[in-house]
Design a protein around this ligand. Structure first.
Ligand SMILES: NC(=O)c1ccc[n+]([C@@H]2O[C@H](COP(=O)([O-])OP(=O)(O)OC[C@H]3O[C@@H](n4cnc5c(N)ncnc54)[C@H](OP(=O)(O)O)[C@@H]3O)[C@@H](O)[C@H]2O)c1
Length: 339
């Protein structure tokens, strides 16, 4: 860690809109940044640090993590803790840090599932890795149907009560369970801040299963992940699979989804974007953010250039009804995804 401490850009709050998380008092940046992949040690400290600091300079205040992220498990949080210590500690009050627990991270029975033990032990460990006394949002990463929802919600309430988290979140919950969790949290005086589902032109579940409606009615925000379908909703795979792209080296995006059907749909969407004078990535991001239920689009990036490019998505005029209809025609649910 020999490079000088970073001085954040003075104009960092002039780039992005901040959107209120439903009925809470908290505003989140229209774009949040996630450290799911390529944020472990094998990807080089300086390159990863540069991306995080660039994001902060562009007004991204919200950094999303989980105990699992890296690789290896816990690698991304340890890395973020280093950047926090080196560069961002004076700006901790300006950061929204989130972490999640409950997806498997080890062989122990307490390293999986949404029991009180598993969630709170993971949170303690995450706070140590991140080098902070509290996270802003603590999520139950996935529903655990073998654990009473009351126990999971109780752990989130305890985390907030102990000052180890400021707000509670859930992720990947179907609408019925999300509504029940929201009701239990409300009763406990810790209203559900946000739900984190996957949502993109190629993943329409939040529209179809009623999650968007639940968010509006129950008053929680949506921080939607993989809005670019991990890169499938960019122009990078239209012809080939470039070196270094996620589809070449990730356990979560296999090259076999990049088939003729995918390419035909992506090319048609790319054409709609071109007619608007923007890229497919920018179209896809603008598309998720058109919905008022969506508080923030939770993106990843493997370079600062991708961030610069993607954050320009909101510089374009709103999508028209005709454009939305054309997007629906080619944005077929399930394209490129293992559902
Ligand atoms: N709650 C959950 O269960 C869950 C699950 C998954 C993700 N998440 C969260 O959501 C975050 C974002 O997920 P994601 O990374 O899948 O989001 P994404 O924004 O859909 O995909 C990001 C990836 O797309 C590629 N990309 C981005 N901009 C590009 C551009 N302009 N041109 C070409 N390629 C571009 C990059 O990959 P390459 O350059 O490497 O190809 C980048 O890493 C995660 O970090 C995590 O915080 C949560």
């Amino acid at each position: 860690m020999s490079s000088p401490i970073h001085t954040p850009a003075e104009d960092r709050y002039e780039h992005l809109p901040y959107r209120r998380a439903s009925r809470s008092g908290l505003d989140l940046p229209a774009f949040s940044f996630g450290l799911w992949q390529k944020f472990g040690p094998e990807h080089g400290y300086e390159k990863r640090r540069e991306i995080i600091l660039h994001a902060f300079d562009l007004g991204i205040t919200h950094f999303d993590n989980a105990d699992r992220y890296g690789p290896p498990t816990r690698g991304a949080q340890k890395f973020f803790g280093q950047v926090l210590a080196q560069d961002l500690a004076p700006y901790r009050d300006e950061l929204i840090l989130s972490t999640k627990a409950g997806n498997p991270i080890g062989a122990s029975p307490y390293q999986k599932g949404a029991s009180r033990k598993s969630l709170l032990a993971s949170l303690e460990h995450s706070l140590r890795d991140l080098g902070t006394d509290y996270v802003d949002v603590f999520y139950s990463h996935s529903p655990d149907l073998t654990t009473p929802l009351e126990e999971t919600v109780g752990a989130l309430v305890s985390a907030v009560g102990q000052g180890k988290a400021l707000y509670a979140g859930i992720s990947n919950y179907l609408p019925d369970r999300a509504r029940k969790a929201a009701a239990l949290l409300r009763e406990a005086g810790v209203p559900l801040l946000v739900h984190q589902p996957r949502y993109s032109i190629f993943d329409r579940r939040p529209e179809r299963n009623g999650l968007l409606a639940a968010a509006a009615e129950d008053g929680f925000g949506l921080v939607v992940y993989s809005p670019l379908a991990q890169g499938l909703l960019t122009d990078k795979y239209l012809v080939d699979i470039p070196d270094g792209a996620r589809a070449r080296d990730s356990a979560f995006l296999s090259p076999d989804v990049i088939d003729a059907t995918y390419r035909e749909r992506a090319a048609a969407l790319n054409k709609i974007a071109e007619e608007r004078g923007q890229s497919l990535a920018q179209l896809a991001l603008q598309w998720v953010l058109r919905r008022p239920e969506v508080t923030s689009a939770l993106i990843g990036a493997s370079s600062t250039g991708q961030l610069d490019h993607n954050l320009q998505a909101l510089d374009f005029p709103p999508l028209t009804e005709a454009e939305l209809a054309s997007i629906d025609e080619h944005g077929v649910h399930g394209t490129g995804l293992k559902l």
